[in-house]
Design a protein around this ligand. Structure first.
Ligand SMILES: Nc1ncnc2c1ncn2[C@@H]1O[C@H](COP(=O)(O)OP(=O)(O)OP(=O)(O)O)[C@@H](O)[C@H]1O
Ligand SMILES: [Mg+2]
Length: 336
């Protein structure tokens, strides 16, 4: 069974799941037999892979095939030696606690695995992708014109390239930010639709998201400063999180860790970068205000933004300017 065929089956199962919500009973019998057929195929595939790769976590039959298929390369390359449990299952991605491979010096890692369907429906990714160069499966910039055109045309192949680029952005961003000292899980590997990174938490529990934690006043002030420092260092490294809030910050042993980076925005080339940046800062401030920190999100966002030399407001996109037109040239010079 080819990988694409397998993805089609996962997609079909997702579709069947969704349609369960509807009340169209007439076709439900047909759907049920289709489901059985797809599940049987996936079961056979899971059996094939499971001969080489057995893990502790007992997944449902459909999830097992998907999990095994997503993790075989990661397992073969010894990033993980076992899957212990699911930390969080979601519509877009699921995160699993795994035992690390033999040569790693941490006991556990997290594997974030994107669902094929989530990738197909990449929500509003256009807003974030503006100004980004798409990346290939190795995380290097796409250089084949054919690939770039395929993405633009949204052909099946183009969609696959676009998905890889989305995951590669998350991984490459984490690598870059980890190196410059932003508090992110250390990223180890990206293979197929999965990313392996440091697991935040311990064997018995994953770190909670900040939104579910109540902080003492002292700690709230201290962590607020830390989050702002992270936002500042990210901007200094040409990066805006794009979906930052207390839902994408983990809290563990008094420390914070920022997660979830596929939608990162490039401040220099995305014309709506300021709005996205401001939204991130305001959301963070909303949480910390509720924890007793007096802060004005708009002002803080403006201060950080301008301290890096950016102008407030819509940025001009050079794509829409005519270099031969003196008026456009003047506008561009003024912005710079
Ligand atoms: N490195 C990690 N260590 C521990 N837990 C993690 C890690 N990464 C993610 N998680 C857990 O998995 C959840 C989902 O991860 P993430 O936010 O990256 O994915 P997502 O697709 O955006 O999911 P969601 O829509 O639920 O936010 C997080 O809220 C967190 O509970
Ligand atoms: Mg998230």
């Amino acid at each position: 069974m080819s990988k694409n065929q397998l993805n089609d089956y996962f997609d079909e199962l997702d579709d069947l799941d969704d349609s369960q919500d509807s009340s169209r009973k007439r076709i439900s019998v047909k759907r049920e037999s289709k489901r059985k057929e797809v599940e049987a195929k996936l079961f056979i595939r899971a059996q094939e892979i499971a001969k080489e790769f057995k893990f502790t976590y007992k997944a449902a039959r459909f999830e097992e095939a998907w999990l095994l298929d997503s993790l075989t390369d990661i397992y073969e390359h010894q990033w993980i030696s076992d899957v212990l449990r699911q930390v969080k299952g979601g519509k877009e991605a699921s995160v699993y606690l795994c035992k690390s491979g033999t040569d790693m010096n941490v006991p556990f890692v997290a594997a974030k695995i994107y669902r094929p369907r989530a990738l197909r429906n990449l929500k509003n990714d256009a807003e974030y992708r503006v100004g980004r160069v798409d990346l290939d499966a190795d995380g290097t910039a796409l250089w084949k014109e054919a690939d770039v055109n395929a993405i633009a045309k949204r052909s099946t192949y183009g969609e696959e390239v676009r998905h890889k680029s989305w995951i590669a952005y998350e991984f490459k961003t984490m690598e870059k930010l980890f190196e410059v000292g932003v508090d992110v899980p250390r990223p180890y590997a990206m293979e197929k639709n999965a990313i392996v990174m440091d697991f935040i938490g311990d064997e018995s529990a994953a770190a909670p998201i900040l939104n579910s934690v109540n902080l003492s006043s002292n700690e709230a002030h201290e962590l607020f400063d830390k989050v702002l420092r992270n936002i500042d260092v990210m901007l200094a490294n040409d990066c805006i999180h794009g979906d930052l809030s207390a839902y994408n910050i983990l809290y563990w042993n008094g420390a914070i860790t920022l997660i979830d980076f596929p939608q990162i925005v490039l401040p220099k080339s995305n014309p709506t970068a300021w709005n996205i940046f401001q939204r991130d800062v305001i959301r963070v401030c909303d949480y910390f205000s509720a924890q007793g920190v007096r802060c004005d999100g708009r002002k803080i966002a403006a201060d950080i933004w301008t301290s890096h030399g950016y102008r407030i407001g819509k940025q001009l996109d050079p794509k829409f300017l005519d270099p031969e037109d003196p008026a456009d040239r003047k506008l561009w010079e003024k912005q710079k």
